[in-house]
Design a protein around this ligand. Sequence first.
Ligand SMILES: *[C@@H]1O[C@H](CO)[C@@H](O)[C@H](O)[C@H]1NC(C)=O
Ligand SMILES: *[C@@H]1O[C@H](CO)[C@@H](O)[C@H](O)[C@H]1NC(C)=O
Length: 476
Amino acid sequence: MAMTKVKKPHAALLASPGMGHLIPVLELGKRMVTHHDFLVTVFVVASDPASTSLLNSPTPNDDLGIVALPSVDISGLVDPKAPLVAKLLVLMRESLPSLRSSIAAMKCRPTALVVDLFGTDAFAIANEFGMLRYVFDTTTAWFLAVALHSSSIGKNVIWEEHVKSQKPLKVPGCKSLRFEDTLESFLNIDRFDGSQFLGTEMTKTDGILINTWEDLESTTVKALRDNNFLGRVVKVPIYPVGPLIRKDRKQVLDKEVKIWLDKQPTESVIYVSFGSGGTLSAKQIIELAWGLEQSRQRFIWVVRPPSENALGTYFTIGKNDGDGMPDYLPEGFFTRTKDIGLVIPMWAPQAQILSHPSVGGFLSHCGWNSTLESILNGVPMIAWPLYAEQKMNAALLTEEFGIAVRPKLSQTDEIVERDEIATMVKMIMVDNEEGHAMRTRVKELNSSAEKALSKGGSSYNSLSQIAKDCLQRLQA
Ligand SMILES: *[C@@H]1O[C@H](CO)[C@@H](O)[C@H](O)[C@H]1NC(C)=O
Ligand SMILES: *[C@@H]1O[C@H](CO)[C@@H](O)[C@H](O)[C@H]1NC(C)=O
């Protein structure tokens, strides 16, 4: 009797542009291959040099393939001033024909298509080829709950009851969303269609993966699984699969940075960085410099030239046009802080810095990628959100997880002043009750994350279930 050959589940993953999407999608692919015996093909809509270098990084084995889709020119299709979300959606849509022909040409066609939040248009291709359809939310369960809930109540209700009245948006079973922390897309009724669309598409899938873990957001995950979440029966399975972050041992600390960090006492250095896309205004950079100096705490600061647009460098990351030392910092700053601080222009290997034993705090824009890195390194944070859903992340970090402090903005010009910055830095870096509690808590969260990912843990089981579903589809 011939043995039936056991086939592997095969998934195609589609990553939209931006490191914040690409990194978690690649990590998801690696995990599926190394822990769940999948074959994975990652399709990347790449648009910047930084993603290209990521694509050339080694994969765990031949079961993970990476395909960069040909770049498309959207300049004639979208207003250059259109919001980022709109641009991403157009970029994704224009890349679909090449995704379709790539999949059609594959000898062993994937059983499932996993897309991130901007890739749901690609489900037409999944339907055509009879593939299972999954969405991967690379942020939080709370963001997902807000997106799904808002699409179910509709934009008029959001506008009347949340934006116009500036009242909190109530989300069934979840933390309410304060108007001050709301999503940018809610503030402009014209932009709202995008998020509404994302919400309804997500409920028509075979499952929603989230880069979080059950113990971190247990209440929200439970609410999402409640059949009545949207006031109607939505039977989409919810799969927390995180935390997925990049563990790239190849990136190394600059020798100078390593020597400096090695000399500092344990947990004595605050790392200051606003992610791969974030920039501050000229005035805010000066306040931050004075704040760090006044705190008298040790720091590593990744600085970028000022820009009035927080998203200034989003589409051009990786281009280092700022060689040499920045001249937009206060006069004499380097001389006065040379014994306590290190300033790195443009970019630094964040994961390597955060995992150094001398680092004990992180002043961050609260991108979810960075937040997860901080938790997994047991580092408490100063939550300084800039754009996208970062204000929501900041609210979670401070009010739900208890691992961050959040600076107040001055009422006059929406800037964080130097005294406030110095106070916040001292609060998490100097030994005191509040800082100590945050440090303990963030280490507990790290352990619970490790548990979720290990065999039999909740995130591990999520991916096992998806593997089972794919095998079942293969055999059907
Ligand atoms: C995500 O993490 C990597 C390091 O693992 C870092 O280089 C990158 O800048 C981060 N991206 C964002 C969007 O925060
Ligand atoms: C995170 O948790 C793991 C597993 O419990 C542990 O081995 C590791 O040392 C922890 N890391 C930090 C920085 O606390």
